[in-house]
Design a binder for this molecule. Structure first.
Ligand SMILES: Cc1cc2nc3c(=O)[nH]c(=O)nc-3n(C[C@H](O)[C@H](O)[C@H](O)COP(=O)(O)OP(=O)(O)OC[C@H]3O[C@@H](n4cnc5c(N)ncnc54)[C@H](O)[C@@H]3O)c2cc1C
Ligand SMILES: *[C@@H]1O[C@H](CO)[C@@H](O)[C@H](O)[C@H]1NC(C)=O
Ligand SMILES: *[C@@H]1O[C@H](CO)[C@@H](O)[C@H](O)[C@H]1NC(C)=O
Ligand SMILES: CC(=O)N[C@H]1CO[C@H](CO)[C@@H](O)[C@@H]1O
Length: 502
């Protein structure tokens, strides 16, 4: 290990995966590690903002599955960033399979507040279908291509059978609730429609036990604490990478040259690429010379990367129940079980499934977080904040039947138009399998090549085989690629090491 410290390692991107990789490499004794970051800050999709005096999360919000196996939970606990309730063994043991049991309020587009119990059968049926959707992974041979197709075909049949005795009004409201739940799932998966989420690969994602918790002081506290343990100057900010020239076979030169937008060229033995999948989809051809091998490129294309945005809305006083944790808005005039809005420009707001309530109230006051996924969400980003405010106000007035409700202020995220992210997070598209995630993480040059090993490594959320789309997944991929280099250097003999440095 002693000599390995001389290897030059460049990490592209200072999100959680890049920071985690640097952390581990520096702890293992590598001295020549640096991070190149396109923006002026570290954290990437971990981004804490302000709405008035309130801390709000523009990006990641929860620790999904806070338990001993979750490294984000363990770090947050170590740094003292969590509320006492999140640390209790009971909280860690609660297994909700990715769907926290929030207390709902339902409103309809005709301005009615529904009895939540009446919607429970719809919730149960939908939950059942999601579980069944994830079982094809282990069995193989899925009956249709997408989760949307599957849920739609099964729902029609099951609703007709099970809700025979139910009155027509309740039955049709339950179907509206199912349409709403599809929109919720689009947000969870960051997909435009559940028709684009592959059924065969749906079960790849794994949940951890523990009731999702938040960072009372903001998610960025995690990044700040990690950064405080790293040398200053490790990250070069405002330094977008334009191209990774790899497979350089000229003797006496480093195998990789990293060319920055500003024209600077940086030589390295290894580069760890952590740019988001959305960025990779859009810029892969400029980013790699020689280009990515075809099998890798195809996986980049097959995997999905969609948009999920938040619209925070603050009120002087609440119009929802005191115990309410989530508000669902059911449109009565929509095509049943269609999670796409036909006329995006005129009706994008119909895709917003509703709001989660920021809790506890003593901390946040009366703030809701609206959620909207898909192309409707991408379009929302282009509308002025003033117009979004008007649209959200009209929406709430209509669904509550109260024409006086007026938000104090709003704040929305715009992840699709963020040039370094180009969306929110990844999901397995139609036809995806675990092989695609394995292709994503495979280093270059690929196995069997005689060239200098491990020139280009890949980390980031979209390269985790079962925790993709999460912070803990991203963090683990950073550690994984650091470990790949650490074990490479500890397995080669000092003389070989010397040669490879010539
Ligand atoms: C709205 C939203 C809500 C979310 N909610 C949750 C949640 O509740 N819980 C959860 O676990 N996860 C959540 N996530 C997902 C989570 O935020 C991500 O999975 C995770 O932060 C990704 O980390 P990363 O290091 O892979 O990528 P990123 O954080 O995106 O880091 C990549 C970095 O690369 C930089 N970069 C890009 N291109 C270049 C270039 N050419 N040159 C140099 N630098 C470049 C970017 O600026 C960025 O800083 C959410 C994400 C979004 C968008
Ligand atoms: C890398 O370089 C070697 C030697 O010049 C060449 O044989 C090989 O095809 C190159 N690989 C790629 C992916 O260009
Ligand atoms: C948003 O509000 C503007 C201004 O009131 C209106 O013209 C537009 O139709 C609304 N759009 C939606 C989707 O509600
Ligand atoms: C990428 C992702 O989060 N996929 C999930 C989509 O939503 C369903 C249901 O919550 C999960 O089972 C998937 O794993």
């Amino acid at each position: 290990m002693a000599k390995s410290v001389s290897a030059n390692i460049v990490i592209i991107g200072s999100g959680i995966s890049g920071v985690a990789a640097a952390h581990r490499l520096l702890n293992a004794g590598f001295q020549h590690v640096r991070i190149l970051e396109a923006t002026a800050r570290s954290g990437g999709r971990i981004k804490t903002g302000k709405l008035g005096d309130n801390i709000v999360e523009i990006g990641a919000n929860w620790i999904h599955g806070p338990c001993e196996e979750n490294p984000v939970f363990c770090l947050a606990r170590k740094y003292g960033l969590l509320d006492p309730e999140s640390l209790t063994p009971e909280n860690q043991a609660m297994d909700v399979g990715g769907h926290p049991p929030w207390v709902p309020n339902y409103y309809t587009s005709s301005g009615q507040k529904l009895n939540a119990e009446d919607m429970n059968p719809a919730k149960e049926m939908f939950a059942e279908l999601l579980i069944e959707s994830s079982e094809f992974q282990s069995q193989g041979g899925e009956p249709c291509a997408s989760v949307g197709d599957f849920i739609r075909s099964e729902m029609h049949q099951r609703a007709a059978e099970k809700w025979k005795e139910t009155d027509a009004t309740t039955r049709s409201l339950r179907l509206c609730a199912i349409t709403n739940m599809l929109k919720v799932e689009c947000c969870v998966n960051g997909s435009h429609s559940m028709d684009e989420v592959g059924l065969g690969a749906f079960g790849l994602y794994e949940t951890l036990p523990g009731l999702d918790c938040t960072f009372p002081g903001g998610y960025e506290g995690l990044i700040k604490n990690l950064m405080s343990e790293l040398p200053t100057g490790l990250v070069t900010y405002n330094q977008p990478v334009h191209c990774v020239h790899w497979n350089n076979t000229e003797k006496k030169q480093n195998p990789v040259i990293i060319e920055c937008d500003a024209g600077e060229r940086i030589a390295a033995d290894h580069v760890i690429v952590t740019v988001p999948l959305g960025y990779l989809k859009k810029h892969h051809s400029a980013l790699f010379r020689p280009p990515l091998p075809l099998h890798k490129l195809h996986s980049v294309q097959r995997l999905g990367f969609g948009t999920n945005n938040k619209i925070f809305v603050e009120f002087d006083s609440p119009w929802w129940d005191a115990d309410c944790e989530v508000i669902y808005l059911l449109w009565e005039d929509e095509d049943v079980m269609l999670d796409e809005v036909p006329d995006v420009q005129r009706s994008w707001i119909k895709k917003l499934f509703g709001f989660t309530v920021l809790k506890p109230t003593e901390r946040y006051g009366h703030v809701l977080c609206g959620w909207i996924a898909g192309h409707e969400s991408e379009y929302m980003e282009t509308v002025s904040e003033q117009e979004v405010t008007q649209n959200v106000t009209q929406l709430i007035r209509r669904f509550t039947g109260n024409p006086t409700i007026t938000p104090r202020r709003i704040l929305r995220s715009q992840w699709f138009h963020d040039p370094w992210t180009c969306g929110s997070y990844s999901y397995p598209g139609k036809g995806c399998s675990v092989q695609d995630l394995e292709n994503m993480m495979e280093p270059l040059p690929t196995k069997g090549s005689q060239a200098h090993p491990l020139q280009v490594l890949f980390a980031g959320e979209a390269t985790h085989p079962c925790y993709y789309s999460t912070v803990h997944g991203a963090l683990l991929t950073g550690w994984r690629e650091a470990d790949r280099l650490i074990s490479h250097y500890s397995s080669i003999s000092p003389s070989e090491l010397h040669k490879s440095k010539l």
